[in-house]
Design a protein around this ligand. Sequence first.
Ligand code: NAI
Ligand code: MG
Length: 348
Amino acid sequence: MPHLIAVLPGDGIGPEVAAEARRVLEATGLDLVFEEAPVGGAAYDAAGHPLPPATLDLAHRADAILFGAVGDARYDGLERALRPEQAILGLRKELGLFANLRPAKLFNGLEDASALRPEIAATIDLVIVRELTGDVYFGLKSRGTSAEGLREGRDLMRYDEAEVARIARVGFETARTRGSRLCSVDKANVLETSQLWRDVVIEVAADYPDVALTHMYVDNAAMQLVRDPGQFDVIVTGNLFGDILSDQASMCAGSIGMLPSAALGATGKGLYEPIHGSAPDIAGQGKANPCAAILSAAMLLRHSLGEAAAADRIEAAVAAAIAGGARTADLGGNLSTRGMADRILAGL
Ligand code: NAI
Ligand code: MG
């Protein structure tokens, strides 16, 4: 049985980079079939909704989802439910994708692209495991008036032990595939949710005696990520802290056009996308760096299809192209999106 890959290209540079990621998947020689559907603004234009039923149905049927990017200022006037960005939130929720894996690694030759000093940047090779469907983003929200008559906003931070335990397991499992070191990031000195988080992570650790577990407060983690990122192997953290720390880590690792991500659930199905958005400023010009999308395709093979060897080959081909001087504009070169992908395909 071939694996069904849903390709959801989306808006802006999404279709440009997703096409190259698909080409690389096709070049692996694996038994894959692809089905494409519109998502985001493209789907709003075609069907009046950013996540139409046919697209959601394809996502449900597929073994894995290759996602480009969504969003454009043209849709800013729409009500929130119809904005392109709702498509990605809807897919995560509908498919139960609670774990976000974001590797941040500096490729040899890109030391100067990092926001950090080259000798510090060179040491970054970590994965942030961010919880994706709980925390303050999904807790009760309200507006009201304080006792003093001032306008108030409230967002409830909440986690239950099952939500913490399942993301902790993803953290430990991820650590096992790498350097077997897991750092759990929380704010247990002041937050009740964080104390629960820490208790549960310690309980789950009993099943992973081979993984070295440490704990760090989020403010210190932010500092350590720029001071000495090489100390981290895998970081596991909640939705809010992970949102901020993963963006920070990605900037330390160089161009936004280099960094992939995976959103995983309990079933093995996952959604794979570059961390960047639709980049309207360079859309349609063939300038986008396809590496983040291509590396996302490698994650798809590893995490949803169990094809680790093919994933390794793709990652090695990207590293070889970069080491060989292949550069799109964001990396200071002049290769087109297609040209960069050709260099990677040549190395496959
Ligand atoms: P962005 O990531 O699209 O672009 C930020 C900057 O990085 C731009 O200057 C862009 O040209 C550059 N850039 C991004 N990807 C690149 C690539 N592959 N190669 C070369 N340069 C690249 O973020 P921005 O501008 O804040 O958002 C644009 C739109 O994307 C918005 O509508 C936003 O909501 C949406 N967005 C969507 C995401 C998603 O689909 N998951 C994630 C982030 C933003
Ligand atoms: Mg973010």
